[in-house]
Write a protein that binds this ligand. Structure first.
Ligand code: DOR
Length: 428
């Protein structure tokens, strides 16, 4: 293959914005300049009207393989990721079997390599089988390249076990990430506990169930000095706690999902399971707090919690349907519509900040300068488009945004130097 030449765009990275072309060869950026002349065999990617940025990194996706390939596979999920501008995704461990052994994480990584659409980074389990009883083999998993550990889908309920997990993780230099849910408060819950839930007469998931675990884990970080990442924060009070912890100098980071800053619990008034998610959609004040938390950097990253579910499961009644919604292909458009933040800060929350949390800042979210690995996203920040589930690459259809008009869409994605999405079409 010849060089790739990305022409006519506005470059946006850690050092700011400038006009420029980018030449890529053998997986790396080889030249950056105001108007690079194409040479024979160059593949030219037109970036006029577009922003050219370091590739996005999603800290939170469910790819379902192994175990629930009818909902998603690593290949279909990777394709959705590439179309969403992601060059790396952290695959959550709640598969069957779970990511608690080297053989499973190596399988997931190999399937990611086979698909070749983005880097798939398997998160390891904190506990065996995600059962919350015995620690997973951290050292073996870390030696096999796992950088982030979580029982996502479950929070670690036992405070002593979580303390030990932090004490083991610290010397290994890996990051623990918590799904904050105190289950003694959420049994049978189908949605946020609030006025809407009372009106509908269904069991509620109180904000307190998240807040208590965020509080406990912040204190565990204070005690152990080991970093911790908070997954999909959904309540105003959790964000206040993280803000105070950061002010105290504690090593905590946090993410928020686009559905938590674009939808409220009122969406469930029609009992439609497509709006059921864990943690649940909250109230307008929580949504405002998440936006404020992203704007002031309390929340470091935008992470999708892409959670595909096969249609026959999402067609069950609200109390029986599984929680979760698609996110990879709508994250950028929702962020640009909903967040009143400088574009550079939105891109930071989608790219280099999550790259650092995932432990892949050596190859993702890198500045656009010669010598760097070519993981690059080219997006049109102005183009409007309407979400149509049939047009999504995911194997599942459970998007809550059907018919919604978004602004901002990926035009090209370059992963490891290869153009995996060109003009909005996946090439693999
Ligand atoms: O809504 C959710 N879906 N939240 C989770 O924590 C798990 C996820 C899933 O795996 O479907």
């Amino acid at each position: 293959m010849g060089r790739l030449l990305i022409t006519g765009g506005t470059l946006l990275d850690q050092s700011g914005e400038r006009r420029g072309d980018v030449a890529v060869d053998s997986g790396r950026i080889v030249e950056v300049g105001p108007a690079l002349p194409p040479v024979a065999d160059d593949i030219v990617l037109d970036a006029r009207g577009c922003v050219v940025s370091p590739g996005f990194v999603d800290l939170h996706v469910h790819l379902r393989e192994p175990g629930r390939e009818e909902a998603e596979t690593i290949e279909t999920g990777s394709r959705a990721a590439a179309l969403g501008g992601f060059t790396a995704v952290v695959a959550m461990p709640n598969t069957d079997p779970a990511h608690d052994s080297v053989s499973v994480v190596e399988f997931v990584r190999a399937q990611g390599r086979r698909a070749g659409l983005c880097e798939v980074l398997p998160a390891g389990c904190i506990t065996l089988g995600r059962h919350g009883e015995q620690l997973a083999p951290f050292r073996e998993l870390a030696d096999a390249g796992v950088t982030l550990f979580t029982d996502d889908g479950n929070g670690v309920q036992d405070a002593a076990l979580m303390r030990h997990a932090l004490e083991y993780a610290g010397p290994l230099g890996v990051t623990l990430a918590q799904h904050c849910e105190t289950v003694s408060l959420t049994g049978g819950a189908v949605m946020h506990e609030g006025a809407c839930c009372s009106r509908l007469g269904v069991p509620g998931w109180p904000a307190l169930a998240e807040v208590l675990m965020v509080f406990r884990d912040i204190e565990l970080v204070r005690l152990t000095g080991v970093p911790m990442h908070f997954l999909h924060l959904s309540t105003a009070r959790s964000i206040e706690l993280v803000r105070a912890a950061k002010a105290d100098g504690l090593a905590v980071t946090a993410e928020a999902a686009p559905h938590h800053f674009s939808l409220t619990d009122e969406s469930l008034a029609g009992f439609d399971p497509v709006f059921k998610v864990n943690p649940p959609l909250r109230e307008a004040a929580d949504m405002a707090a998440i936006k404020a938390g992203l704007a002031d950097g309390t929340i470091d990253a935008i992470a999708t919690d892409h959670a595909p579910h096969a249609p026959h499961t999402k067609e069950l009644p609200l109390d029986q349907a599984p929680p979760g919604m698609l996110g990879l292909e709508t994250a950028l458009g929702l962020s640009l519509v909903e967040l009143d933040m400088p574009l550079a800060d939105i891109v930071a929350a989608l790219s280099w900040k999550p790259a650092a949390i995932a432990g892949v800042a050596d190859r993702h979210g890198r500045p656009l300068v010669p010598g760097e690995p070519a993981n690059i996203t080219v997006f049109d920040p102005q183009v409007e488009w309407q979400v149509a589930p049939g047009a999504l690459a995911s194997k599942s259809r459970n998007t809550p945004y059907v018919g919604r008009v978004l602004r901002g869409r990926v035009r090209h994605t370059v992963y490891a130097g290869s153009p995996v999405v060109v003009d909005g079409v996946a090439r693999r």
